[in-house]
Design a protein around this ligand. Structure first.
Ligand code: C5P
Length: 403
């Protein structure tokens, strides 16, 4: 699971090192976001070493990869331990002055806080009102325990022990159908068919939905091959860092077909999320086409159909293999979109078809998506909208419900 651990400025921060070790040892990918104050108690080097990932407190680093929302979006669980009285007040107010604050506003994941403070501060009506508000918003509160506090005091306010926080936090995340041991192949991005040495026929696919599907599968334990055609800058960054994802780059339909056919031979789940050109140029010029060589004012290119890769994969699939296709449609009406999806699933012979609406400003290249998932017999397995990662998880839940 992709877990973000926020650490705020309390002496109990030293116990959070053990909490992170527990989570990492259990196989979770943990990213730590300390506040500036937390670093007075435990330094950056410790957080980086224990989580095995780079750590920053600032929203001004890694701006290009929009880190202040990226971690929140990817997180499946956010734990704040220790959560000081000051931080709980900031969280209740929705303050976003640092990376932890922005992450908490950007995430739709379950959030668990483990308060730690002196008894008087815990019992203060301001803190109790903040805790009540956070609970109403769905935040889970673990502890605090009754016990020894800093400076020889004792009473309620001691942060719960790391194993208790880990157990309580993991229990709030709904059990996901897992893919441990499964082999998955996903295609992503848009193919390019050459016209001449410098020009091509292409499309506006960013590769984001395919990359999100690969990440979501790998986070559930699968070994993933991502066959990536042309994708937008940065789309493969998180994928490239994932230890269970192998990326294979391709460009043309023929290269995509060959890579997918090879990878599918070993895979239990095959997803064609790439936008594949339906046509290629019949005769690719070996020199740059020039206006000067043209006979008239226009240019006619002869196009020929490319093979339907996913239909081929479905036709030759082995026992138990599940083949999933996508359909990007400009159809506005939901029922009409659904009808097209059902017909396409049957025509291509795939087990699952994911339909999404695209247009000049929807679907392709945008961070969000809205989809309907249908099975080969036309049954609607799921409908989902949200970030491409949320949609990816909804797709895997739907697909795995078939197994
Ligand atoms: O027929 P249409 O292009 O709408 O189908 C889209 C689905 O088929 C996608 O899953 C896409 O990856 C796949 N496809 C393919 N080979 C093609 C064209 C589309 O595998 N030549």
């Amino acid at each position: 699971m992709f877990i973000v651990v926020g650490v705020t400025g309390g002496i109990a921060a030293y116990k959070t090192v053990s909490l992170i070790r527990l989570l990492v040892t259990a196989g979770h990918e943990v990213h730590v976001i300390p506040t500036e104050d937390a670093l007075r108690f435990v330094g950056l080097t410790t957080w980086e070493a224990i989580s095995r990932h780079p750590v920053t407190t600032s929203v001004h680093e890694d701006v290009a990869e929009v880190r202040h929302v990226a971690l929140g979006r990817r997180a499946e669980l956010v734990i704040v331990a220790p959560a000081t009285a000051d931080f709980l007040a900031k969280m209740t107010a929705g303050l976003a002055g640092d990376l932890l604050g922005t992450t908490l506003l950007a995430t739709s994941a379950r959030v668990v806080v483990a308060p730690a403070m002196h008894t008087e501060m815990w019992r203060h009506p301001a803190t109790q009102a903040n805790i009540a508000t956070l609970r109403e918003r769905g935040v889970h509160v673990v502890g605090p325990d009754d016990g020894a506090l800093t400076g020889g005091d004792s009473g309620p306010g001691r942060m719960s022990e790391p194993d208790a926080i880990a157990a309580a936090a993991l229990a709030v995340v709904p059990a996901r159908a897992h893919l441990a041991g499964a082999r998955v192949v996903v295609s992503a991005g848009g193919t390019r068919e050459p016209i001449d040495p410098v020009r091509y026929l292409g499309n506006r696919s960013s590769g984001r939905q395919g990359a999100a599907l690969a990440l979501a599968a790998a986070d559930r334990g699968a070994e993933v091959t991502l066959v990536a055609a042309h994708v937008d800058d940065g789309v493969l960054d998180a994928v490239a860092r994932h230890p269970r994802i192998r990326i294979q780059r391709v460009s043309t339909v023929a290269q995509m077909q060959s890579a997918m056919t090879d990878a599918a031979a070993e895979a239990g789940l095959v997803v064609m999320a790439a936008a594949v050109s339906d046509y290629r140029v019949a005769d690719v010029a070996d020199h740059k086409l020039s206006k000067e060589d043209a006979a008239g004012p226009g240019l006619t290119l002869e196009l020929v159909r490319t093979p339907d890769i996913v239909a081929g994969l479905a036709a030759q699939r082995c026992d138990g293999q599940i083949v999933i296709a996508f359909a990007a449609e400009t159809e506005e009406d939901r029922d009409a979109l659904l009808g097209r999806a059902q017909r396409k699933a049957a025509r291509k012979g795939v087990d699952v078809l994911v339909a999404n609406r695209v247009g000049w400003n929807a679907g392709f290249g945008t961070p969000d998506n809205a989809i309907v998932v249908v099975s080969r017999d036309g049954a609607v397995l799921a409908e989902a909208s949200g970030s491409k990662r949320e949609v990816a998880d909804a797709i895997w839940d739907a697909v795995l419900s078939l197994r």
